[in-house]
Design a protein around this ligand. Structure first.
Ligand SMILES: *Cc1c(COP(=O)(O)O)cnc(C)c1O
Length: 381
């Protein structure tokens, strides 16, 4: 057993897929201290810088002082305080849904939704580029998994026709794809929903706080009413931790009663909940200053890339992928970027099939920061 683990590690290394934990002392707003040096942080999902927002930190500290460092048990036993209900009330209002449930992580939320609502007699239609947690949720419950080609509505419809007889159908898609930065076609999927009748689930992890006045892509496209379950995270643009699931009250009650990954786990610590409440308040009241500012930065970045003839693929979000033929050339470029002061994420298998550098922009980048990133890219790519 131990010998085969060692062999497997050697195999991973020989393919250029070995991962080291990065030597980061800490991150402070837009900078990260990498190997003792300050770099612009283009790798984090803290897109709005809210993890270091003074009001958010104070709200988290206040909750810590008032409720302690741990909730002490699961929500259904003793770990449910008024603060948790407040977060759910505010999030449901913000997302324009009847009811909301907070869950420990986005990963757990997808496991919870899929494995509670589907079983081995169900069928789940899923975009090929959906997040790993969606894939794992389907695996866990033993439902039939049908993966359609990325954003390919013809392929999806062919599959919906083919499996039309299944009684329990679910379709789930990211709204912003985390490694490609493009958007799902929610309006087209909505049409198919009324033709083929499935439960429509979306994952707004990279959209919440940014698009649709911060309310997400479903809000931006005016299709909220057609989405049965709208989940997203507090851990990305909201600079906190945990996830929310918005839906009608019966779905939420069902998840509370039947969801194993909700029932059998301690609830989030109060400080996290307190910080999340403040973040939701900020993004709902001050969109221009945060999500709006980030979208301005995306436009500046895209225009600069175009004038310098840098191919920026198909992104229409804060996430920009730059593709490479092989892992080692991507690794080399990542290192050069780092040497010139920019930390970008290197994504490889099993996260993605084509190796890429993923640059994510932030609301707190200045014009000078963006010019610097583009100049570095121009020199290197
Ligand atoms: C990050 C992410 C998740 C997982 O969220 P965590 O809170 O980090 O566990 C789920 N879905 C998508 C699309 C994500 O990008």
């Amino acid at each position: 057993m131990i010998a085969s683990i060692k062999d497997n590690l050697e195999d991973i290394k020989s393919k250029g897929l070995y991962r080291n934990l990065p030597p980061i002392a800490k991150s402070h707003t837009k900078y990260t201290i990498f190997n003792g040096e300050e770099k612009l942080n283009c790798a984090s999902n803290d897109y709005l810088g809210l993890s270091h927002n003074d009001q958010v930190k104070e709200a988290a500290a206040e909750a810590l002082r008032m409720y302690g460092n741990s909730s002490g048990s699961s929500r259904i036993v003793a770990g449910n305080y008024d603060l948790y209900d407040k977060l759910e009330y505010e999030t449901a209002k913000f997302k324009n849904y009847e009811s909301c449930l907070t869950v420990n992580t986005g990963y757990t939320a997808n496991l919870l939704i899929i494995s509670t609502l589907a079983d081995s007699r169900s069928i789940v239609f899923t975009d090929k580029l959906n997040h790993a947690s969606i894939y794992d949720g389907i695996k866990l419950c033993g439902a039939k998994m049908v993966r359609y080609k990325h954003n390919d509505m013809n392929h999806l419809e062919t599959l919906l026709k083919k499996y039309d007889k299944y009684p329990n159908k679910i379709l789930i898609t990211d709204t912003i794809f985390s490694m490609d930065g493009d958007k799902a076609r929610l309006k087209e999927i909505r049409k198919l929903k009324y033709k083929y009748n499935f439960l429509f689930v979306i994952d707004e992890a990279h959209a919440t706080g940014i698009f649709g006045e911060g309310r997400g892509i479903a809000h931006e496209e005016g299709v909220e009413k057609d989405i049965d379950i709208n989940m997203g995270t507090f851990s990305k643009a909201l600079g906190g931790f945990g996830a929310y699931i918005c839906a009608d009250k019966n779905i939420i009650k069902y998840l509370i009663n039947k969801g194993r990954s909700f029932i059998f786990t301690t609830s989030l610590p109060p400080s996290v909940i307190g910080g999340n409440v403040k973040s939701v308040e900020i993004v709902s009241k001050e969109h221009e200053k945060y999500g709006g500012r980030l979208l301005d930065n995306c436009r500046i970045f895209t225009n600069l890339l175009a004038t310098l003839n840098i191919d920026h693929e198909k992104s229409n979000s804060q996430i920009f992928p730059f593709f490479f033929k092989d892992n080692n050339s991507a690794l080399e470029v990542q290192k050069k970027l780092l040497d010139s002061g920019v930390y970008a994420l290197l994504a490889r298998r099993p996260s993605v099939t084509t190796p890429r550098l993923r640059i994510s922009l932030r609301a707190d980048f200045t014009n000078e920061d963006i010019v610097k990133i583009v100049k570095c890219l121009k020199k290197i790519i």
